[in-house]
Write a protein that binds this ligand. Structure first.
Ligand code: NAD
Ligand code: ZN
Length: 331
C-alpha cells in the first residue's frame, strides 16, 4: 500500500480502461518494420510494471503538500506525466516530454486497487459525467482529440477515420462534435462499423473490399480526402491513407500497430501533403474534452467490465477484436 508524500495523491481505482497500448506493453514493444522490433525496455520501461493509464477513482489520501483535493473526491488521472522542466513540459505539453514518466508505462498504473499519482496537478474532477466512461477520456478520448485538432487544420470537408476501435470510435464522435467535416470510417469489422455509424460516421466502409481506396475518393467529391487519421497505422492502412489523400491533404498517424511503408517522394511536394504524428494529449486538452462530455456532445462507450483477476482475459479479448469501444477493469 503506497503512502503519499509531498504533493502525491493516493487514488483508489474505480475503473481503468483497457487500451491497445497495454497490449503492446504486455508484448514488450513495437514492430518498427523491416524485421526490427523495438523493445519498450530500450525506451526506459522497467519490468515489472503495473499497466493501466485510463484511471478513474476516488482520492484515498492526499500528501501534505497536495492542494485542492480531499479524500472522497471523484477524479480522472492525467497519466502523461513529464519531467516538469523541459521545453515541452514548460509549454503545457507534458505528453511530449523528453524524459516521460507516464503512469501505466514508466511507473505503476491503474490495473491495481490503488495508484500513486505524482501530484494533484495530474487530477481532473469528474463531476457531471459518467465516471466509468470518463476513464477512457484520459487516453483514447484525449489522443483522438489531439488527432482531430491536427486533422482539422486544413478546414476539411471530409475526414477519413481508419480503425473503429477504442480510439477510432472516439475519433468519429469528436470529429462530428468539433469539426464541420463529413466523416468516413474504415475498419475490417462490420460490427464496429455499425457502431461507428450509430455514433455519427456519415459513411462506413469495410477495407476488406479491394475497391476501398476508389470508393473513398468517389465519396470525397472524386478528389480525395482532406484529412486521414490512421488509428491503426500498419502498412495496409498507411498505404490506403496516402492513396486517398487529396492535394494539400493531411495524414495524421496515431496507431502503433507498426511496420513500414515505402514513400513515393515526389508526391509529397507535388501534392503539398502533410504527414504528422499525434501522441496522447495535453492536460489542458483533457479539461476541454471533459467539458464536451459534460455537455453530452461526446459519450464514451464502456461495453464490457472485468474484475482485476481477469485482466489477462480482458487483454486477450481486445487482441482478438472482441471488444466494441472500450472495456474497463474494476479492481
Ligand atoms: P483497438 O484494438 O480498440 O482498435 C483497433 C481497431 O483497428 C479495431 O477496430 C480493428 O478492427 C481495427 N483494425 C485492425 N487492423 C486493421 C486494418 N488493417 N484495417 C482496418 N482496421 C483495422 O485499439 P485502440 O485502443 O483503439 O488503439 C489503436 C492503436 O493506437 C494501438 O496501436 C494503440 O497502441 C495506439 N495508441 C496510440 C496512442 C497515441 O498516442 N498515438 C494512444 C493510444 C493508443
Ligand atoms: Zn492508451
Amino acid at each position: 500500500m503506497p503512502s503519499p508524500s509531498g504533493s502525491q495523491v493516493l487514488v483508489k481505482v474505480k475503473a481503468v480502461g483497457v487500451c491497445h497500448s497495454d497490449l503492446h506493453l504486455w508484448e514488450g514493444g513495437y514492430d518498427l518494420g523491416d524485421g526490427t522490433f523495438m523493445k519498450v525496455t530500450d525506451r526506459g520501461v522497467r519490468y515489472p510494471v503495473t499497466p493501466g493509464h485510463e484511471i478513474v477513482g476516488t482520492v484515498h489520501e492526499a500528501g501534505p503538500d497536495a492542494e485542492g483535493v480531499s479524500a472522497g473526491d471523484q477524479v480522472l488521472v492525467y497519466p502523461w506525466v513529464g519531467c516538469g522542466r523541459c521545453v515541452a513540459c514548460g509549454n503545457g505539453n507534458e505528453n511530449l516530454c523528453d524524459t516521460p514518466r507516464s503512469l501505466g508505462v514508466f511507473q505503476d498504473g491503474g490495473y491495481a486497487e490503488y495508484v500513486l499519482v505524482p501530484s494533484h496537478r495530474h487530477l481532473v474532477g469528474v463531476s457531471g459525467v459518467d465516471p466509468e466512461g470518463a476513464a477512457s477520456l484520459a487516453c483514447s478520448g484525449l489522443t483522438a482529440y489531439t488527432a482531430v485538432k491536427k486533422a482539422n487544420a486544413n478546414s476539411p470537408e471530409f475526414i477519413v477515420v481508419v480503425g473503429a476501435g477504442g480510439l477510432g470510435l472516439m475519433g468519429v464522435q469528436i470529429a462530428k462534435a468539433v469539426t464541420g467535416a463529413k466523416v468516413v470510417c474504415v475498419d475490417l469489422d462490420d460490427a464496429k462499423l455499425r457502431t461507428a455509424g450509430e455514433l455519427g460516421a456519415d459513411f462506413t466502409l469495410n477495407s476488406k473490399d479491394p475497391r476501398t481506396d476508389r470508393r473513398i475518393i468517389s465519396i470525397c467529391n472524386g478528389t480525395g480526402a482532406d484529412s486521414v487519421i490512421d488509428f491503426v497505422n500498419a502498412p495496409a492502412t498507411a498505404k490506403l491513407g496516402l492513396s486517398v489523400l487529396r492535394k494539400r491533404g493531411n495524414l495524421v498517424l496515431v496507431g502503433l500497430f507498426g511496420g513500414s511503408v515505402e514513400l513515393s517522394l515526389v508526391t509529397v511536394p507535388l501534392k503539398a501533403i502533410t504527414i504528422q504524428g499525434a501522441y496522447t494529449g495535453s492536460y489542458g486538452d483533457l479539461v476541454e474534452l471533459l467539458e464536451l462530455a459534460r455537455q453530452g456532445r461526446i459519450s464514451p462507450i464502456v461495453s464490457k467490465r472485468y474484475p482485476l483477476g481477469e485482466a489477462n482475459a480482458a487483454l486477450d479479448d481486445l487482441r482478438e477484436r472482441r471488444i466494441v469501444g472500450r472495456a474497463v477493469i474494476n479492481p
